[in-house]
Design a binder for this molecule. Structure first.
Ligand code: FES
Ligand code: FES
Length: 166
Protein backbone atom coordinates (compact mmCIF):
# COMPACT_ATOMS: atom_id res chain seq x y z
CA UNK A 1 0.00 0.00 0.00
CA UNK A 2 1.50 3.41 -0.90
CA UNK A 3 2.55 5.48 2.11
CA UNK A 4 0.29 8.41 1.30
CA UNK A 5 -2.83 6.28 1.75
CA UNK A 6 -4.10 6.89 5.26
CA UNK A 7 -5.67 3.66 6.46
CA UNK A 8 -8.61 3.49 8.83
CA UNK A 9 -10.30 0.12 9.06
CA UNK A 10 -11.24 -0.89 5.55
CA UNK A 11 -11.57 2.69 4.35
CA UNK A 12 -8.71 4.79 3.03
CA UNK A 13 -8.15 8.35 1.91
CA UNK A 14 -6.52 8.68 -1.46
CA UNK A 15 -5.33 11.48 -3.66
CA UNK A 16 -5.19 11.21 -7.40
CA UNK A 17 -4.88 13.59 -10.30
CA UNK A 18 -7.42 12.73 -12.98
CA UNK A 19 -7.24 14.57 -16.30
CA UNK A 20 -5.19 17.28 -14.60
CA UNK A 21 -7.55 17.79 -11.64
CA UNK A 22 -6.61 16.78 -8.09
CA UNK A 23 -9.15 14.68 -6.20
CA UNK A 24 -9.18 13.47 -2.62
CA UNK A 25 -11.66 10.76 -1.69
CA UNK A 26 -12.51 8.47 1.20
CA UNK A 27 -13.02 5.07 -0.31
CA UNK A 28 -13.32 1.43 0.61
CA UNK A 29 -9.93 -0.18 0.28
CA UNK A 30 -11.40 -2.82 -2.04
CA UNK A 31 -12.83 -0.23 -4.48
CA UNK A 32 -11.66 -0.79 -8.04
CA UNK A 33 -10.14 2.02 -10.06
CA UNK A 34 -12.95 1.82 -12.60
CA UNK A 35 -15.50 2.19 -9.78
CA UNK A 36 -13.64 5.21 -8.44
CA UNK A 37 -13.75 6.84 -11.86
CA UNK A 38 -17.35 6.00 -12.72
CA UNK A 39 -19.11 6.05 -9.36
CA UNK A 40 -17.09 8.39 -7.13
CA UNK A 41 -15.83 10.89 -9.71
CA UNK A 42 -18.75 10.50 -12.14
CA UNK A 43 -16.41 9.98 -15.11
CA UNK A 44 -18.60 7.48 -16.93
CA UNK A 45 -16.70 7.60 -20.22
CA UNK A 46 -14.63 4.66 -18.96
CA UNK A 47 -16.76 1.60 -19.67
CA UNK A 48 -17.16 -1.82 -18.10
CA UNK A 49 -17.74 -4.52 -20.69
CA UNK A 50 -16.95 -7.80 -18.95
CA UNK A 51 -16.19 -9.36 -15.61
CA UNK A 52 -13.20 -11.35 -16.79
CA UNK A 53 -10.50 -8.67 -17.40
CA UNK A 54 -10.79 -9.44 -21.10
CA UNK A 55 -12.54 -6.68 -23.04
CA UNK A 56 -10.39 -3.61 -22.40
CA UNK A 57 -13.36 -1.20 -22.42
CA UNK A 58 -12.11 0.04 -19.04
CA UNK A 59 -8.61 0.98 -20.27
CA UNK A 60 -7.18 4.22 -18.87
CA UNK A 61 -3.66 5.55 -18.50
CA UNK A 62 -2.18 5.34 -15.01
CA UNK A 63 1.11 7.21 -14.74
CA UNK A 64 1.40 7.02 -18.53
CA UNK A 65 0.75 3.29 -18.80
CA UNK A 66 -2.41 1.74 -20.21
CA UNK A 67 -4.12 -0.36 -17.54
CA UNK A 68 -7.41 -2.19 -17.37
CA UNK A 69 -9.00 -0.20 -14.58
CA UNK A 70 -11.21 -3.12 -13.58
CA UNK A 71 -8.10 -5.01 -12.52
CA UNK A 72 -6.51 -2.23 -10.43
CA UNK A 73 -7.52 -1.21 -6.94
CA UNK A 74 -8.20 2.51 -6.63
CA UNK A 75 -5.81 2.56 -3.66
CA UNK A 76 -3.02 1.38 -5.96
CA UNK A 77 -3.43 4.61 -7.92
CA UNK A 78 -2.85 6.76 -4.83
CA UNK A 79 -0.54 9.67 -5.61
CA UNK A 80 -0.79 8.88 -9.32
CA UNK A 81 -1.95 10.58 -12.48
CA UNK A 82 -4.77 9.15 -14.52
CA UNK A 83 -5.90 10.00 -18.02
CA UNK A 84 -9.39 8.97 -19.08
CA UNK A 85 -11.27 9.56 -22.30
CA UNK A 86 -12.74 12.74 -20.79
CA UNK A 87 -9.24 14.20 -20.64
CA UNK A 88 -8.42 13.83 -24.34
CA UNK A 89 -10.31 16.80 -25.78
CA UNK A 90 -8.76 20.18 -24.94
CA UNK A 91 -10.45 23.59 -25.03
CA UNK A 92 -13.52 22.10 -26.69
CA UNK A 93 -11.45 20.56 -29.49
CA UNK A 94 -11.33 16.81 -30.03
CA UNK A 95 -7.96 15.15 -29.70
CA UNK A 96 -6.44 14.07 -33.07
CA UNK A 97 -7.02 10.43 -32.05
CA UNK A 98 -10.71 11.13 -31.49
CA UNK A 99 -10.96 12.95 -34.82
CA UNK A 100 -9.26 10.06 -36.59
CA UNK A 101 -11.65 7.49 -35.13
CA UNK A 102 -14.62 9.61 -36.18
CA UNK A 103 -13.36 10.34 -39.68
CA UNK A 104 -12.28 6.75 -40.33
CA UNK A 105 -15.49 5.20 -38.99
CA UNK A 106 -13.38 3.41 -36.39
CA UNK A 107 -16.43 2.96 -34.19
CA UNK A 108 -20.00 1.80 -34.42
CA UNK A 109 -21.74 1.33 -31.06
CA UNK A 110 -18.77 3.05 -29.38
CA UNK A 111 -18.69 0.82 -26.33
CA UNK A 112 -15.07 -0.21 -26.87
CA UNK A 113 -13.99 3.22 -28.10
CA UNK A 114 -12.76 4.90 -24.88
CA UNK A 115 -10.43 1.97 -24.25
CA UNK A 116 -9.19 1.90 -27.84
CA UNK A 117 -8.53 5.64 -27.76
CA UNK A 118 -6.39 5.31 -24.64
CA UNK A 119 -4.48 2.31 -26.00
CA UNK A 120 -3.84 4.30 -29.17
CA UNK A 121 -2.72 7.28 -27.09
CA UNK A 122 -0.16 5.14 -25.31
CA UNK A 123 1.05 3.65 -28.61
CA UNK A 124 1.57 7.05 -30.21
CA UNK A 125 3.45 8.31 -27.15
CA UNK A 126 6.12 5.76 -27.94
CA UNK A 127 5.81 5.24 -31.71
CA UNK A 128 5.04 8.22 -33.91
CA UNK A 129 4.64 6.06 -37.00
CA UNK A 130 3.59 2.57 -35.87
CA UNK A 131 3.52 -0.36 -38.27
CA UNK A 132 0.75 -2.95 -38.45
CA UNK A 133 2.41 -5.33 -35.99
CA UNK A 134 2.83 -2.54 -33.44
CA UNK A 135 -0.76 -1.46 -33.86
CA UNK A 136 -1.99 -5.04 -33.43
CA UNK A 137 0.09 -5.44 -30.28
CA UNK A 138 -1.07 -2.11 -28.84
CA UNK A 139 -4.76 -2.97 -29.15
CA UNK A 140 -4.49 -6.69 -28.42
CA UNK A 141 -6.22 -6.11 -25.08
CA UNK A 142 -9.16 -4.21 -26.59
CA UNK A 143 -12.12 -6.16 -27.94
CA UNK A 144 -14.46 -4.64 -30.50
CA UNK A 145 -17.57 -6.61 -31.42
CA UNK A 146 -18.76 -4.27 -34.18
CA UNK A 147 -16.13 -3.01 -36.57
CA UNK A 148 -14.15 -6.08 -37.61
CA UNK A 149 -11.11 -3.93 -36.75
CA UNK A 150 -10.30 -2.81 -40.32
CA UNK A 151 -11.53 0.73 -39.70
CA UNK A 152 -9.88 0.71 -36.28
CA UNK A 153 -6.51 0.08 -38.00
CA UNK A 154 -7.33 2.81 -40.48
CA UNK A 155 -8.22 5.17 -37.62
CA UNK A 156 -4.98 4.49 -35.77
CA UNK A 157 -2.92 5.13 -38.92
CA UNK A 158 -4.83 8.39 -39.45
CA UNK A 159 -4.35 9.28 -35.77
CA UNK A 160 -0.59 8.89 -36.20
CA UNK A 161 -0.70 11.19 -39.23
CA UNK A 162 -2.88 13.83 -37.53
CA UNK A 163 -0.79 13.71 -34.35
CA UNK A 164 2.39 14.36 -36.33
CA UNK A 165 0.73 17.32 -38.05
CA UNK A 166 -0.14 18.68 -34.56
S1 FES B 1 -14.25 -4.24 -18.03
FE1 FES B 1 -13.54 -5.74 -19.43
S2 FES B 1 -11.37 -5.71 -19.13
FE2 FES B 1 -12.11 -4.26 -17.70
S1 FES C 1 -17.75 -0.20 -31.86
FE1 FES C 1 -19.12 -1.56 -30.85
S2 FES C 1 -17.80 -2.80 -29.65
FE2 FES C 1 -16.45 -1.61 -30.82
Amino acid sequence: MPETVAETGDRVTLRVKVNGTEHTARIESRLLLVELLRETLDLTGTHVGCDTSYCGACTVLLNGRAVKSCTVLAAQADGGEILTVEGLAQDGKLHPIQRAFGESYGLQCGYCTPGLLLSTYQLLQHKKDPGEKEIRKAIAGNTCRCTGYMNVFKAIRMAAKLSKEG
